[in-house]
Design a protein around this ligand. Structure first.
Ligand code: SF4
Ligand code: SF4
Length: 215
């Protein structure tokens, strides 16, 4: 994808200071609390996974991508290799415009990264079966989710948003990783990949490679 990446240099366990993740968790908690009156009516149950296989853009921010990488670092050896292969395959399918089951869904229809799942998944619930139509949510909950996405993007204001596997691909590039972890911000660095993969610059919330203001 981008120049500068080194094969075998995964750096999965590298991370930002804990305060950033604590702030992200706090945003999740606030949203979860605000959502309680709505999800009381939800029909979601363990093992119901249409939302992980068919529905949802599964967009994340770079900060959430880093949290997921941290979770992925717990998988070792062949398990780790299989996980990376699933992510790679999912990205290829997405690039070809084909539907792809989330790479983190296991054979028992459970989430392998549940504690680190992104907001795209946390916001989901449905009042009716999702098959064939996607989740049915309250209008207020949808508005609340939009606000929460913006809060996360503001928190991650040196980062980007986009499909899970595209954001994870950014971190495979060691020079991108170093810049991001150091708090650097250089959208030109990912312009070509950002444009071709529909990434958004969190700062100013504009398409990557577009005309987002740098302040
Ligand atoms: S959002 Fe839909 S598919 Fe996902 S758990 Fe709820 S009812 Fe099931
Ligand atoms: S990250 Fe987990 S909850 Fe989200 S779509 Fe994938 S399997 Fe489902």
């Amino acid at each position: 994808m981008m120049e500068g990446g080194r094969r075998g240099d995964s750096g999965l366990a590298e991370g930002l200071p804990d305060e950033k993740f604590a702030a992200l968790e706090a945003i999740y908690r606030v949203h979860e609390k605000a959502l309680q009156p709505f999800v009381k009516e939800a029909i979601c149950r363990p093992g119901c996974s249409f939302c992980c296989t068919h529905y949802g853009p599964l967009d994340i921010t770079t900060l959430e991508g880093l949290a997921i990488r941290g979770r992925l670092s717990a998988f070792k050896g062949r398990q780790q290799a299989r996980m990376q292969e699933r992510i790679r395959r999912n990205r290829k399918l997405k690039e070809m415009g084909e539907a792809a089951v989330c790479p983190f869904l296991d054979a028992a229809q459970r989430c392998r990264i549940y504690e680190a799942r992104p907001f795209s998944c946390r916001q989901l619930y449905s009042l009716q079966p999702c098959e064939g139509r996607g989740p049915t949510v309250h209008r207020q909950a949808a508005a609340l989710a939009k606000e929460t996405v913006q809060k996360i993007q503001r928190l991650d204001d040196t980062g980007y948003s986009g499909h899970l596997t595209y954001i994870l691909a950014l971190f495979d590039d060691r020079s991108f990783r170093r810049l991001y972890l150091a708090g650097g911000f250089d959208p030109a660095r990912i312009e070509s990949f950002g444009r071709s993969h529909g990434l958004v610059i969190n700062r100013g919330v504009s398409p990557a490679g577009g005309t987002a203001e740098a302040t």
